[in-house]
Every structure is written in C-alpha cells, then in structure tokens.
Design a protein around this ligand. Structure first.
Ligand SMILES: Nc1ncnc2c1ncn2[C@@H]1O[C@H](COP(=O)(O)OP(=O)(O)OP(=O)(O)O)[C@@H](O)[C@H]1O
Ligand SMILES: [Mg+2]
Length: 384
C-alpha cells in the first residue's frame, strides 16, 4: 500500500513538471492556431506519462527491463495520440477556414452561403447566427434602398410640381408688368390661388419631413371623437359647398380618445378634402366615428366609384397619386374657381395621414364600398 502511494507521488511529481511546461506552452500558443494547441495538449499528455514513468523508474519501482517495455508501449501510444491530435487540428482548422470564407458572403447581394464543409457544433451555431445576421442586414438594406428611392422620386416629383405653377406665376406677373393682361383682377386672383396652393404644398412637405424624422411632438389630450369630426366637418364645408357635395356625419359616437387634436383634425381634413375632390357633384361624403373593441374608428366614405384594387395598397405611399402624369389636371387651370379649387395635389396628404396616425399608435387603411371608397383611421381607445 505504501509502495503504491509512493508510486503515485513520483508519478504525480513527474506529470506535474510536464503539466507546468504544457501550461506555459498553451499560454504562449493562445494567439496561434487551435491546431497547435490541440497538438500541444496531446504532447503534454504523452510527456506527463513518460516523465511520471521515469520518475517511478528512478525511484527503483521499475526494473530496467520493465522500463524498456513501458517506454516502447508509450512510444507507440504517443505516435497514435499525436497523429489523432494533428488530424483533429486539421479538421477544426478546415472548418474554421470554410466558415471564414463563407463569412465573407455576409452582406453580399446573394446573401450568406453556409459552408458545405461539415462543421462542429459551435461552428455550426456560429454559421446559423451569421445566416440570421445576413438576413437582417439584407432586410435593412432593402428598407434603406426603398427609402432612398422614394426620397429621390419625391424630390423629382416635387420639383416638377413646383416648376409648373412657378412658370405660370412668372408668366402672369410678366403679363401684368407689361400691361398686356386684359383682366388684371383675374390674374391677381389666380396668382393668389397658386401661391396658396404652393404654401400648402411646402407646409405638407415640412410636416412630412417632421414625421419621417420622428420629430413630430404630439401634445396629447383627451377629446371626444364627436368634437374631432365636428371640427373637421366645419373646416371642409366651404370646399364641399363649392363642389356641390353633401357632407354627412353618420353614427358619430362621442367616444373619448387621447390624441393631439390639431394633428388628428389635420388627418380628417386631408381625408375629407380627398373625398370631396373625388366625389361627383350632388354626391355624398359621410363621416362616422365608432368604437370597435379597443379601438375608436373614424371613417370617411365618398362616392368616388372605387379605387382600382391594385392601387389600394399604394395610396398611402409618399408622392403617389392616382394618375401617373404629374401635371396639373385641367380643373386646376381655372383661375376663376378661386379659393381651394385645384384637384391636383402633390400626393402627400395620405402619407401625412398615415404618419400622424401611426405616431398615435393607430392604423390607417382603405377599402372599397358600393359606389366609392372608405378611408378609416383606427386610434387606440382610452382604457376605462
Ligand atoms: N377619397 C378618395 N377617393 C378616391 N381616390 C382617392 C381618395 N383619396 C386619395 N385618393 C387617391 O390617392 C391619391 C393620393 O392621395 P393624397 O391625398 O396622398 O395626394 P393628393 O390628394 O393627390 O395630393 P395632396 O393631398 O398632397 O394635395 C390621390 O391622388 C387619389 O388618386
Ligand atoms: Mg390629398
């Protein structure tokens, strides 16, 4: 028993020496290839066994013959274990190289292509993470590209929309200056109308840029949906009268909502102006407010005859408007109609509607109804 303890002590001393060497080697190699470290671990194991055996032999617990036998066995075992370590190292390095190669495809147009080389558990996990990151990167790049394209389109459209009335204003100002205008009062009236339209457009652009920059600061207060609808209807009356369109408040419930009433009145105003513009004379534009589960839904229904199905998803896009031609429609040309006469907008109204409604954690949507379409904004209802 005592001998066995002594053997264990000598073997431990011999192995500890090899272990210390191995610890120093592994520390030195920590920035080098993992294959070297694996080889080093195998070499330390062999060394620990060999030095332990020599220590035990030195203490006379092994005869010369036995030592020879043990050393021969050890030599064979070390060859096999070092070869196995080298093979394992190669395998790990090949997997990591394949993954490095594949990582270069993260963010590429084709997206991440996982390596075909079989990977260990950890590397396979890393590969899955890279695939997910690449997917997220592609999504955000597509979003940024879409935003960039829509901004560029918007700038082009707005420049076009500004150029046409500005050219008209210049022509009218020149005619007045040269005294060749037969009815100067009509020209002045038309100039005022155009300036009002341009001011509205610039105002819309400013609002939209505040929305898109997330700089829309809402001053929320509790108001009744009834008051919001009432105020919007009052604002839209002059245009409705001018167009011969009847405005109706149907089923307007006095549900409370917590909103920025100025912004929501603007939303309803935009929807009403669109509805009145799209409804033929003698038509009806109806507004309603009702509670639906945990939402208060305000809706504006017109008699436009319906929006083509393929356009329904596009109406809220910035700058989109029904006709692709971005020139004022004939109705706009008439200076005599005065006031709010023009039909032609910049396609900003509904983008502003969506922006303001979403800033209130609500949703804006549209669907066709018999003879027209119905724009709805759903706002969170006040709890309790
Ligand atoms: N109530 C509606 N009925 C039928 N079509 C509509 C209605 N509201 C909007 N649209 C269509 O959606 C387009 C986009 O509307 P939006 O309010 O964003 O722009 P706009 O009215 O053309 O211009 P702006 O509002 O900037 O003066 C309109 O040009 C029109 O074709
Ligand atoms: Mg509009």
């Amino acid at each position: 028993m005592k001998d066995l303890l002594l053997i264990a002590l000598f073997a431990a001393l011999g192995a500890a020496g090899a272990g210390l060497l191995g610890w120093a080697a592994v520390r030195l190699l920590r920035r080098r290839s993992v294959a070297l470290s694996l080889f080093c671990v195998a070499a330390v194991t062999v060394l620990a066994v060999t030095s332990g055996t020599f220590a035990v032999a030195q203490a006379m617990f092994l005869s010369g013959h036995d030592l020879g036998v043990v050393i021969t066995v050890l030599c064979m075992a070390s060859v096999v274990s070092l070869l196995t370590a080298a093979l394992l190292g190669r395998q790990v390095v090949a997997g990591s190289r394949a993954l490095t190669e594949a990582a270069r495809t993260v963010g590429s147009d084709a997206g991440f292509t996982a390596p075909e080389h079989p990977l260990g558990l950890e590397l396979a996990q890393l590969s899955r993470e890279l695939a997910a990151t690449s997917g997220r990167l592609a999504e955000s790049r597509a979003r940024a590209q879409a935003l960039d394209t829509s901004r560029r389109e918007l700038i082009a459209w707005i420049s076009h929309d500004l150029r046409t009335p500005l050219a008209g204003l210049r022509a009218m100002a020149e005619a007045l200056e040269d005294g060749v205008a037969d009815r100067p009062d009509r020209y002045l009236k038309r100039i005022r109308t155009e300036v009002e339209r341009l001011t509205g457009m610039v105002d819309d652009l400013f609002e939209l840029s505040r929305i898109q920059a997330g700089a829309l600061s809402l001053s929320l207060s509790r108001v009744s949906a009834y008051d919001l609808v009432d105020e919007a209807l009052a604002g839209a009356h002059p245009l409705a009268r001018q167009r011969g369109v009847r405005l109706e408040g149907r089923l307007v419930e006095a549900e409370p909502v917590e909103v920025d009433s100025r912004e929501i009145t603007r939303v309803l105003g935009n929807l009403l102006v669109n509805a009145i513009r799209s409804t033929p004379e003698d038509g009806v534009v109806a507004v309603s407010a009702r509670r639906e589960a945990d939402e208060v839904v305000l809706s504006v229904t017109d008699g436009c005859g319906g929006i083509p199905e393929q356009d329904l998803s596009r109406v809220f896009e910035t700058g989109w408007r029904g006709s692709t031609a971005r020139t004022p429609r004939p109705a706009d040309a008439g200076a005599d109609r005065g006031g709010e006469g023009g039909d032609s907008g910049a396609g900003l109204g509904l983008a502003i509607v969506r922006g303001i409604v979403e800033a209130h954690a609500g949703r804006a949507r549209v669907h066709n109804v018999a003879g027209g379409c119905c724009f709805e904004i759903a706002l969170p209802a006040v709890a309790g």
